[in-house]
Design a protein around this ligand. Structure first.
Ligand SMILES: [Zn+2]
Length: 440
């Protein structure tokens, strides 16, 4: 069955739905993004961003330190040499590029970022501008393999590389999950914004990581191949370990979070160190909500019986009953594949729309996970008359959100300062801080 392109007349790119290092046999997939064919220039570059492969760029952008120890703010644009840009073909597309060429990498970066923006602009019902749009005309997307991290900041997103525990090197520019995660941070900076220093909570930081992961999860469900493979492997039983809840499994993310996790707020009662870990109860609550809404979609279509749904819910986290639940799902799935797919896409889009509206409504100051849950319920009342409110409340309560307060932030471990000021430092803020420093 041919899939009707969402953007007829858009620009073609080839993207890896999953980092090639995780699945070397998989070819990149042709996607069409919203830019009208012929409108994306060499780089690629359009009116909101450009991707570059700089020659010998160091250090990364952000707050850096001079030799004398004094800090400075290093921001785009890159003014040095660049490796050859990716050029569009005669019809304006980039899907002709050989995936082993350096030009492919920058095209892949650009294509992934725009793909994720298309998905979320759709959920928001409007174009979400970059948080730095007032100060920078365009976002600079940088392929920087010498950097062992990836980070969005004011006017830039830089994509480094990582090495797994087993010593396998991979480029973040090829990893859709990592790219989508950084765009997710950008969406939160643009919509929720930054708290005042006194209004910044630990939960704000955990929420940021959680939202970035949810952006990655929901965006990857817009690849037809990911949805097909997911349903084929699980036969509709999404609680089994699958593509969807293994986010960015590479080295520095190795300890990180299964979205389908069992972490509750009690774990942080004495304090927390890493916002990635602190994000888990919130991501888990929302991921479980999506699975429950998927089950509701199956029920509504009479694809599973209420008994099967009840069993799946009850044994969600009990491996020894999984075989029983799996058999029931496999039976239900056989012969109803297109209907299961439709149910999954509907659940994905319900949660996508709900999250977008929730983020639009959330304040940055004094943000708490409970407030995220309450706002989701409020959005559910406005969008559906409260069809899923019970599901949302149950999943937030299971995580002890609103019941168990988290402790203070404990000392950060070196190199884990993911939310450091380089992510959000703007020229105006830097000036202001410098004046404050001088006045002391
Ligand atoms: Zn992050």
């Amino acid at each position: 069955m041919a899939v009707r392109p969402k953007y007829p007349g858009g620009t073609r790119f080839r993207l890896y739905p999953q980092a090639p290092i995780l699945d070397p046999t998989r070819e990149p997939e042709v996607v069409i993004v919203s830019n009208p064919a012929g409108s994306v220039g060499p780089g690629p570059e359009d009116d909101r961003m450009y991707a570059i492969n700089p020659v010998d760029k160091w250090p990364p952008y952000g707050v850096q330190t001079r030799r004398d120890g004094s800090p400075y703010l290093y921001l785009p644009p890159w003014d040095g040499d660049i490796h050859p840009p990716a050029l569009p073909d005669a019809d304006g597309h980039f899907d002709y590029l050989d995936e082993d060429s350096p030009e492919f990498l920058v095209a892949h970066l650009f294509g992934c970022v725009r793909f994720v923006q298309d998905v979320w602009d759709g959920y928001f019902g409007e174009t979400i501008e970059w948080h730095s749009a007032d100060a920078f005309d365009k976002m600079e997307l940088v392929h920087l393999p010498s950097y062992d991290n990836s980070r969005i900041g004011f006017g830039f997103i830089e994509f480094g590389s990582s090495e797994s525990k087993s010593g396998i090197f991979s480029l973040d520019a090829t990893n859709f999950d990592i790219i989508a995660h950084e765009v997710g941070h950008g969406i939160i900076y643009s919509t929720v914004g930054l708290p005042d220093p006194e209004g910044e909570t630990g939960e704000y930081n955990g929420f940021h990581e959680s939202a970035a992961d949810l952006v990655a999860i929901i965006s990857c469900l817009h690849f037809d191949s990911v949805v097909e493979e997911l349903l084929k492997n699980t036969e509709g039983n999404l609680y089994t370990l699958n593509r969807l809840n293994r986010i960015a499994e590479l080295s520095r993310n190795e300890q990180i979070r299964l979205a389908s996790n069992t972490v509750t707020m009690s774990q942080f009662i004495d304090g927390w160190r890493r916002e990635h870990v602190l994000s888990q109860p919130l991501t888990g609550a929302i991921f479980d909500t999506m699975i429950d809404i998927f089950h509701e979609q199956l029920l509504e279509r009479a694809l599973i019986s209420p008994e099967v749904e009840a069993l799946a819910d009850r044994y969600e986290y009990q491996p020894r009953y999984q075989a029983l639940v799996q058999d029931m799902f496999s039976d239900a799935y056989a012969g109803e594949k297109p209907a299961f797919k439709e149910a999954l896409l509907d659940a994905r889009d319900i949660v996508g729309h709900y999250l977008a509206e929730t983020w639009r409504r959330l304040p940055a100051d004094y943000l708490s996970y409970l407030q995220v849950g309450d706002t989701l319920c409020e959005v559910d009342r406005d969008f559906s008359g409260g069809e899923y409110t019970e599901i949302i409340i149950e999943n937030f309560e299971y995580r002890e959100i609103g019941r168990v307060p988290i402790g203070p932030q404990l000392a950060k471990l070196p190199r884990e300062n993911h939310m450091d000021s380089s992510r959000w430092m703007s020229p105006g803020r830097w000036e202001f801080d410098a004046q404050m420093r001088e006045s002391y």
